[in-house]
Design a protein around this ligand. Structure first.
Ligand code: ZN
Length: 322
């Protein structure tokens, strides 16, 4: 093994209880999760609200944030004071709040230098007739404020069908809400800044409604954004790879493996999640084969020499844009 040959890195997921969460992270993915309504699996994260520990291998026991700070060579020497991506699985047994996220400029100014949040969703499973909120119909700030004030949610919110295999891109300023019966994989900027527009008048554990952030929401909603009619993926598949999203923060692709497949190392590092099937993953330069299956998440670092996959499986991968 050469000095620069690096094996794959397996972060240990961090689970978060949410009032809208369920048990599917255990029943559908086999994760060992705490009791209670567990809504989120932070699968690859160095965010302070859920900083994954590395399981096994050379970096065992280190936090992903520490690895980012002390071994930047694993991430291709990319600049930045924080690991830029956050990969989650979300189990929505109940509706999530209707929310919107700021862009980097607004978050930097109003949220103590935090990043903004661009996110996207790959739908993994749904109950029958599940829907999802992506986009809104007010033409300007005044109309949005009035519709919120009057509780005209059916008029305001763009609700579309939600089926396994659908993909939704949620730009900063896009009003959105994951609805009950949805399990999805989220790829997002490493940020936790959320402005709640509406929470179905629910109360939290303390018996009080969760905070809403109407004035911030009015500031950041993109009133000109066109709302989608569906999440159907229409991009072509080439040699098993379908590009789902290419934006200034990340590129997201679906990779189907049927037999053997090698992804060339043409990124500083790659985040990968197995969403269906099973097989093995090997860093070409290292040669150690890792058994992986639905619910496995790992990072292919710089110096891995490419990612060799074998088996029958589907992955969603993400990396920084070129
Ligand atoms: Zn969101």
């Amino acid at each position: 093994m050469s000095e620069t040959a690096h094996d794959l890195i397996f972060p240990v997921p961090v689970f978060h209880e949410k009032i809208w969460g369920g048990r599917k992270l255990a029943t559908e993915f086999g994760y060992e999760i705490p009791d209670g309504p567990i809504g989120e699996c932070w699968a690859i994260s160095a965010h302070p609200n859920g900083d994954c520990t590395i399981g096994g291998g050379e970096w065992e026991g280190m936090r992903l944030s520490e690895l980012w700070d002390s071994h930047r060579e694993l991430f291709g020497g990319v600049e930045g004071d924080r690991f830029p991506l956050l990969i989650k699985i979300i189990d929505a047994k109940d509706n999530l709040s209707v929310q919107v996220h700021p862009d980097d400029a607004y978050a930097a100014e109003h949220e103590n230098g935090s990043l903004g949040k661009r996110e996207c969703w790959y739908i993994l499973s749904t109950d029958p007739d599940t829907t999802i909120v992506v986009g809104q119909r007010a033409h300007d700030r005044a109309e949005f404020a009035q519709m919120v004030e009057e509780g005209r949610w059916d008029d305001l919110l763009n609700v579309v069908p939600c089926r396994p295999g659908d993909f939704f891109r949620i730009e900063p300023g896009c009003v959105h809400a994951i609805q009950e019966g949805t399990v999805l994989l989220e790829t997002q900027q490493s940020s936790d800044v959320t402005y709640r527009v509406y929470d179905y008048d629910r109360v939290g554990d303390d018996g009080k409604p969760r905070d809403l952030h109407i004035s911030q929401s009015l500031d950041v909603v993109d009133y000109a954004m066109e709302a989608p009619a569906s999440g159907e993926v229409t991009a072509p598949e080439a040699d098993g790879v379908t590009e789902l999203m290419d934006c200034p923060n990340f590129v997201v692709e679906r990779v189907r493996v049927c037999g053997e497949k090698v992804l060339a190392e043409d990124w500083p590092f790659l985040c990968a999640s197995v969403i269906e099937g099973s097989g093995t993953a090997t860093a070409v330069a290292d040669g150690t084969a890792h058994e992986i299956g639905r619910g496995a998440h790992f990072i292919a670092p710089a110096g891995c020499g490419g990612l060799a996959l074998s088996g029958e499986m589907t992955l969603v991968v993400s990396h920084l844009p070129a």
